[in-house]
Design a protein around this ligand. Structure first.
Ligand code: ZN
Ligand code: ZN
Length: 242
């Protein structure tokens, strides 16, 4: 299974990540990627940083650096059970890829019912393209409901490679999500969630999980540059029209 684009990477602007954008590009090159999405955390995670202006100014970055395509994205915080997030629509409309996830600093782990409600609302939010690390065991959710909603709204669920190291207990949940995604045919994205340059394009365990579940390569939005272009252009148009 090929994965040509990494949909999840953080630079030093995410404050608890350790590489510059130029270093992330070097990592993407080293690991044979054609491109990656820069997805800093939304401002609510760490005292308003990076400031919303950071996302508004991403257009100053070249679209291609040293032969690697750079996409402008974000990893938003899901703030409540209604699918509200921490960056205003005017910024979200500028981006190529908008991911949102549950993080403890912004959404206290709740009952399975409430966590599921928040994730379903985020999937319904017309500005969000993908849910980051839905397999995080800190947030029990009804995976069948989440997979069906992703399918209904044409959104992607992430199989996050870093989760297997930093969110202990994610493996079984991600296997479940991958099996359900394969069965129902919902879209999936594969992200390294790199916080260090050498991890851009590291999909080692995520790839095994997707293979084992029998996910159709055509349902992986970032499998090829072409499939990713199809996905992000559709979503960008839908965001613009929302
Ligand atoms: Zn995250
Ligand atoms: Zn992340």
């Amino acid at each position: 299974m090929t994965i040509e684009v990494d949909t999840h990477a953080h630079s030093i602007a995410s404050l608890h990540a350790y590489s510059t954008i130029t270093e992330l590009v070097a990592g993407a090159k080293k690991n044979g990627l054609k491109g990656f999405v820069l997805t800093e955390h939304g401002p609510a995670l760490q005292n308003g940083l990076p400031h919303p202006y950071y996302f508004g100014n991403l257009s100053v970055l070249p679209k291609e650096i040293q032969g690697v395509r750079l996409f402008r994205g974000v990893e938003l915080n899901i703030m409540d059970g209604s699918g509200n997030v921490d960056l205003s629509v005017k910024y979200l409309k500028l981006l190529d890829f908008v991911m949102a996830g549950l993080h403890e600093a912004c959404f206290a782990p709740n009952s399975k019912r409430e966590n599921t409600r928040a994730m379903l609302a985020a999937l319904e939010n017309p500005y969000i393209d993908c849910i980051s690390h839905p397999g995080n065991p800190v947030y029990p959710v009804d995976y069948e409901e989440v997979v069906k909603a992703a399918l209904r709204f044409g959104k992607a669920l992430e199989i996050n490679n870093a989760s297997f190291k930093v969110r202990k207990g994610s493996l079984e949940n991600c296997k479940t999500i991958a099996r359900l995604a394969a069965r129902h045919g919902c879209l999936v994205s594969c992200g390294s969630d790199a916080h260090y340059w050498e991890d851009v394009g590291n999909f080692e365990t995520a790839r095994l999980v997707m293979d084992e579940a029998g996910i159709d390569s055509g349902r992986i939005v970032n499998g090829t540059m072409d499939s990713f272009a199809g996905f992000y252009k559709r979503r960008k148009a839908e965001r613009g029209a929302a």
